[in-house]
Design a protein around this ligand. Structure first.
Ligand SMILES: Cc1cc2nc3c(=O)[nH]c(=O)nc-3n(C[C@H](O)[C@H](O)[C@H](O)COP(=O)(O)O)c2cc1C
Length: 257
């Protein structure tokens, strides 16, 4: 089995790594510089882990799937979507990307994880103790999923028509438009000291440092943001916001915190 994940702030990576160690599967980020077609073709069962954004698969993962479509033929799929609260059909929506592809979903779960939308009222970022409880619950879900897979029991969370309608009407319908606008909504405040941490860590190469006519360095964007909130959460000066521009007071540093 091969696990591939995208993780903006660490939650989906946590799920991917925990599950892979339970299943003794290879585990890689889609940000890696690997021969993914070879990896995909060499495995019959693939696990994909990703955060859900407004009941949509992150654009970076959609683009990955589109680039590797032909290597995804005839696979068994395990789908884990990580979420703060609710996505309706956040795991099922991955299968919408597999146009003309034969596949069988053998496990699909929505796994609640801590909030990484660190400046979104009314969802405060949890403290370490609260996060620990969430991770423990996730661990239990993963143990059950692994046991079901070993027993050959299929479970597909969010694959019924009701979940699909809920995911679309409550979130996806609006979020698809927000996502397009949000591609170039990175805002950098005067607190930025141009350390370049966001530039180095952006998974889309959306950010770069430019020097103005006074010799000052600034972070500028290329209109390619996938809204993963990594830069918002790692900026040492809490100077970056994306999509939502409320001041950041408490960043989410992922499962390592
Ligand atoms: C732009 C954005 C949109 C999100 N939308 C949802 C959502 O619709 N439902 C939900 O429950 N969580 C939502 N979340 C929360 C994340 O899905 C959740 O915290 C996830 O575990 C983050 O995973 P990561 O650390 O691997 O990036 C959203 C987060 C972001 C950044």
């Amino acid at each position: 089995m091969l696990t591939l994940y995208f993780s903006g702030t660490g939650n989906s990576r946590y799920v991917a790594e925990r599950f892979s160690s339970l299943m003794q599967a290879d585990c890689h980020s889609i940000e890696g510089d690997l021969d993914f077609d070879k990896l995909l073709e060499g495995n019959d069962t693939l696990c994909f882990c990703y955060p859900i954004y407004g009941s949509c698969v992150p654009r970076i993962l959609r683009e990955f799937v589109s680039a590797h479509q032909s290597s995804l033929q005839d696979k068994k799929l395990v789908l884990f979507c990580t979420q703060l609260l609710f996505s309706g059909d956040g795991a099922r929506v991955f299968t919408d990307l597999l146009v003309g592809i034969r596949y069988q979903v053998i496990q699909a779960e929505h796994i609640r994880m801590p909030n990484n939308l660190c400046n979104a009222f009314p969802f405060p970022v949890k403290d370490a103790d609260q996060c620990k409880k969430v991770f423990d619950a996730a661990d239990r879900m993963l143990l059950s999923a692994a046991a079901r897979i070993r027993a050959g029991t299929i479970r597909k969370r969010g694959f019924n028509p009701f979940s699909k309608v809920l995911g679309f009407l409550t979130q996806r319908f609006f979020f698809q438009k927000i996502e397009t606008i949000a591609k170039s909504t990175v805002r950098v405040s005067a607190n930025c000291n141009a350390c370049g941490a966001c530039v180095r860590r952006c998974p889309m190469g959306n950010l770069r440092l430019a020097t103005d006519q006074h010799g000052q360095r600034h972070v500028v964007q290329n209109g390619n943001c996938t809204i993963c909130y990594r830069c918002v959460n790692i900026c040492p000066s809490q100077a970056i916001t994306v999509m939502l521009h409320k001041k950041v007071t408490h960043q989410y540093h992922g499962p390592v915190q």
